[in-house]
Design a protein around this ligand. Structure first.
Ligand code: AMP
Length: 284
């Protein structure tokens, strides 16, 4: 496995893969790798001859007062994990190279970035879209892999790849969970014991409201009521948002009545202690 911190070296190695006729898969991450990230690597390994993992805590996707400084960083164990699962190139990007002096060019995916996480994290998806566009340009992968946990992010990236005519296939990989259902996240490390114990209610509440839709319920208010009743928000769990939307456009349903033809997304963000956790279900 190669480990690179250099943008030019990473680009040159990836160019070499492509010239040799090898298919390249990219897994962009912020490091602190866990089984969720490794599932993306596994999906990439199944479909690509070379797998590149990037690890970069991207400052532009954090807002003021968010957890940029506290965000876990574990380069040594990340390198080991990458080696173990057969990554070919681990790219630890360096901020000054990613954002050269005088930087002022942004990728904004307008409508998809506005709702859900975009409401409280106003510049988050601009930061994500910009850095992913840069990584796609450095690596030029045939396929790039994203997790369903960050479903809005997946739709944003898919849109930018289409709109900018990027020759990359954007792939979605199912959320990997702890045995009790909590979606794996680097931010779970922030949870205290009591918070960790109640956090799986997020998943349970999502499943209950998802089942309601599968059972024929169409009223958005009723679906969200069941979500809240099952979650039982209180001192440990505080809902940031819980919404039912079209799974492709992320738009709301007119008259608050679910239409299933493009799939239905129930997406939530819940503050658990100082962690803000997101999760979702998609009903096809
Ligand atoms: P992050 O390092 O949190 O920016 O995540 C990097 C990539 O891993 C994103 O595409 C995430 O959606 C994905 N990811 C994070 N957690 C999980 C999980 N529990 N299951 C599947 N994919 C995940």
């Amino acid at each position: 496995m190669r480990v690179s911190e250099s943008l030019a070296e990473t680009a040159a190695l990836c160019e070499r893969y492509r010239v040799a006729g090898l298919s390249v898969g990219l897994v962009p991450t912020m490091g602190a790798l866990h089984a969720g990230h490794l599932a993306l690597v596994e999906a990439a390994r199944g479909e690509c001859e070379r797998v590149v993992v990037s690890a970069f805590v991207n400052p532009t996707q954090f807002g003021h007062g968010e957890d940029l400084d506290a965000y876990p960083r574990s380069r040594e164990t990340d390198v080991e994990a990458c080696r173990r699962v057969g990554v070919d190139l681990a790219y630890f990007a360096v901020g000054d190279e990613v954002y050269p002096p005088g930087f002022q060019t942004w990728v904004t995916v307008e409508n998809l970035s506005r709702p859900l996480c975009g409401v409280t994290r106003m510049t988050h998806f601009r930061g994500v879209a910009t850095v992913v566009t840069q990584l796609l340009d450095i690596v030029r992968p045939h396929r790039a892999y994203f997790g369903q946990k960050d479903y809005q992010q997946f739709r944003v990236i898919e849109r930018l790849a289409t709109d900018l005519h990027l020759a990359v296939d954007i792939r979605l990989v199912e959320t990997v969970r702890e045995p009790d259902g909590l979606a794996m996240s680097s931010r779970n490390a922030y949870l205290r014991k009591a918070e960790r114990e109640v956090a799986p209610r997020i998943r349970r509440a999502l499943l209950s409201s998802g089942d309601l839709i599968r059972g024929g319920e169409r009223g958005v208010d009723k679906i969200l009521e069941v979500f809240t009743d099952t979650l039982r928000p209180g001192t440990e769990l505080k809902i940031d948002y819980a919404e039912v939307r079209n799974a492709v456009t992320l738009e709301e349903f007119s008259d608050a009545r679910v239409v299933r033809d493009q799939g239905v997304l129930i997406a939530v963000a819940v503050n658990v202690g100082r962690a803000r956790l997101i999760d979702n279900v998609v009903i096809e």
